[in-house]
Write a protein that binds this ligand. Structure first.
Ligand code: NAD
Length: 475
């Protein structure tokens, strides 16, 4: 059921062959699923040489033909959805229903960007002198390198593949070593529909070594990273040394502002469902709940009741509503966060501890009476721990919501059109959901402000970041 793992370089799969192997674990059982080969330096150099050749072939192909290949790969992913979803749940832990949705979203963005590549129009600017043509052309930036984490093993790699290939670039992709299987199956779809060799290459290994090696190579013209703020800053510095373009999708700590003109119970249910999706391991996860004091108690009671009712279990079991955390580091991090909450006098209204002693299960947790300067309220939690605190006025909550260095997503719930407009304008974030959590689709720009990064994925912006503009003055 779980696939054989390998590197994909120049259109060929490379397995063990004396390479160092790393076990991939199922976080629900802690059992080894398979062994993943690490790329050697020679493998990386071969991937780069393949990407340089692949770029020449791919950029020369009309966008119409590229789009057809990407569309076919997306269709094949949809056909293989169940297989890929089951692999994803085994390696990452999320419930199977979420894995299925993720495969759909990954196929969607690949298809959409392939189509959008056909509309990467330039423009003509009237010349100052008669007979002079002034043309602006969009061209693919070149060979790209992308690095993705373990929380969305298919969708995040798909976004990088979609933007790069849609623009006519070649890509060397390094997904997370902890969740390689679903991305490998996605790449297989491209192989099976005839993507030219070298256009898409897949490597695994020691993340810091691979990124440093590739980013320093002159032929790599753009990098894209999704992950934590400290790693993003490090990679941005490496990119700056070579004056390379970079897209940085980093962490967040999304505030949720709930005004007292909403139905408290209904809003609490929607908010709790959003919070515990993928066990809270989502960069745009709602993570700090500010509830206006008049409805605070009713909201908190329903949220807490909802959290306590979530069935925790192996994501492959149909009745599980939340799976394990993806790795042991998250379990340690959640235990440390909850301990810090206790130390600063907060109250645990639900959950607060590991469940069982096999698998990385952590209970859906609700914390109250937690100070704004606590770890839980200031560091990205990346797990199923929800702090819920009251507020009084609009200005006060805006100040508290915007107080952190992050600016990825922010949310607000209100029954008033005026408040909806005002809070949408006031929140400092790249994506704001007002009465909605759906801020991530193929056709809308996904990206942050402040320390949450720069650049976008999805939408026309997500294509443009893989293109350069060339001006031609033709007399
Ligand atoms: P981490 O910060 O070391 O790693 C995050 C990701 O970056 C991993 O996939 C890792 O393989 C990769 N990475 C690390 N160093 C790298 C390097 N030098 N070059 C290239 N890639 C590198 O630690 P972690 O334990 O995996 O996650 C810790 C925190 O990262 C989480 O608490 C969360 O805040 C953040 N995170 C964010 C996202 C996101 O979607 N924005 C995803 C995963 C993790």
């Amino acid at each position: 059921m779980y696939p054989e793992l390998g590197l994909y370089i120049d259109g060929a799969w490379m397995k063990e062959g004396g390479r160092k192997l790393e076990p991939v674990l199922n976080p629900a059982t802690e059992k080894t699923l398979a062994e993943l080969p690490h790329a050697t330096i020679a493998d990386l150099d071969q991937a780069l040489a393949a990407a340089i050749k692949g770029f020449a072939v791919w950029r020369a192909m009309p966008a119409y033909d590229r789009s057809r290949i990407m569309g076919k790969a997306a269709d094949l992913m949809r056909e293989r959805k169940e297989k890929i979803a089951r692999i994803m749940t085994q390696e990452q832990g999320k419930i199977i229903a979420e894995s299925r949705l993720e495969v759909d979203a990954a196929a969607d963005v690949i298809e959409w960007m392939g189509e959008e590549g056909r509309r990467a129009y330039g423009r003509i600017i009237p010349g100052r002198v008669r007979g002079v043509r002034q043309l602006v052309l969009q061209e693919p930036v070149g060979v790209c390198a992308a690095f993705t984490p373990w929380n969305f093993p298919a969708l995040t790699p798909a976004r990088k593949i979609a933007g790069a290939l849609g623009a006519g670039c070649a890509l060397i992709l390094k997904p997370s070593e902890e969740t390689p299987g679903s991305c490998i199956e996605m790449v297989r779809c491209f192989e099976d529909v005839g993507l030219p060799k070298g256009v898409l290459n897949l490597v695994f290994g020691v993340p810091a070594q691979i990124s440093e090696h590739l980013i320093r190579k002159e032929a790599v013209r753009k990098i894209s990273f999704t992950g934590s703020v400290p790693v993003g800053k490090h990679l941005a510095k490496l990119a700056a040394e070579g004056m390379k373009r970079a897209t940085m999708e980093l962490g967040g700590h999304a505030p949720v502002v709930v005004f007292d003109d909403v139905d408290p119970e209904k809003t609490a249910e929607i908010n709790a469902a959003g919070k515990y999706r993928n066990a809270g391991q989502v960069c745009i996860s709602p993570t700090r709940f500010y509830v206006q004091d008049k409805i605070y108690k009713r909201y908190l009671d329903r949220f807490t009741e909802y959290a306590k009712g979530i069935k925790l279990g192996d994501g492959l079991e149909a009745d599980s509503k939340m799976g394990p955390l993806a790795n042991a580091r998250r379990l340690d991090a959640m235990e440390a966060l909850v301990q810090d909450c206790r130390n600063v006098g907060a109250k645990i209204a639900a959950g607060g501890k590991r469940r069982g002693n096999q698998g990385y299960f952590f209970e859906p947790t609700v914390v109250t009476d937690v100070p704004d300067d606590s770890k839980l309220m200031t560091l990205e939690p990346f797990g199923p721990v929800a702090p819920i605190v009251p507020f009084k006025t609009f200005d006060e909550v805006v100040q508290r919501a915007n107080a952190l260095p992050f600016g990825l997503a922010a949310y607000a719930f209100t029954g008033s059109a005026n408040t909806a407009t005002a809070i949408g304008d006031a929140l400092e974030a790249g994506m704001v959901g007002v009465n909605a959590f759906a801020v991530s689709t193929a056709e809308t720009p996904f990206g942050g402000v402040k320390e949450s990064g720069y650049g976008h994925e999805g939408s026309i912006e997500g294509l443009e970041v893989y293109m350069t503009k060339k001006f031609i003055a033709q007399a």
